[in-house]
Design a protein around this ligand. Structure first.
Ligand code: RP5
Length: 161
């Protein structure tokens, strides 16, 4: 049974961030898998995952990593499936290292790079939903409703508490 979205990350330590993407996919009823695939520690796993992704029916890959964050870019080099990159916030450089590692891809191998940290991971889930909604009318309705609910939750005026 194939899933639509692959969430991959460089380390177990990335999961608290990357599960924000998974939560969005859960809310919107999108099928996904979550895997640890490290560009540096498990390069063979990365290669196999990228090589098999299209044939397995994956439609979007969300890839998160921190520091020398080569996972999203290397995955983009290995598969034509859209890769959404999430720069994980690091202690040493606050995730600026992750952002720079992911965003500055050479022409030919794009990574759709999100914001640093949990907001970026959540937005990666929403970006995947938007891509899938192009060809899934039911999901388009659910995504519109999700966006409307968020808008409706924003108050008109600020309060003191
Ligand atoms: C990267 O190194 C991972 O994506 C993670 O963000 C970072 C630190 O990994 P750990 O040392 O916590 O496993 O490869």
């Amino acid at each position: 049974m194939s899933v639509d979205v692959g969430i991959i990350m460089g380390s177990q330590s990335d999961w608290p961030t990357m599960k924000r993407a998974a939560e969005i996919l859960d809310e919107l009823g999108i099928s996904y898998e979550a895997k640890i695939v490290s560009a540096h520690r498990t390069p063979d796993r990365l290669w196999s995952y990228g090589k098999e992704a299209a044939d397995r029916g994956l439609k979007v890959i969300i890839a998160g990593a921190g520091g020398a964050a080569h996972l999203p870019g290397m995955m983009a080099s290995k598969t034509r499936i859209p890769v959404v990159g999430v720069p994980v916030q690091t202690r040493a450089l606050s995730g600026v290292d992750s952002l720079y590692s992911i965003v500055q891809m050479p022409k030919g191998f794009p990574v759709a790079t999100m914001a640093i940290g949990e907001a970026g991971a959540a937005n990666a889930g929403l970006m995947a939903a938007g891509i899938l909604a192009i060809t899934d009318a039911g999901l388009a309705v659910r995504l519109d409703a999700w966006r409307d609910a968020l808008s409706a939750s924003i108050p008109d005026e600020p309060t003191d508490d």
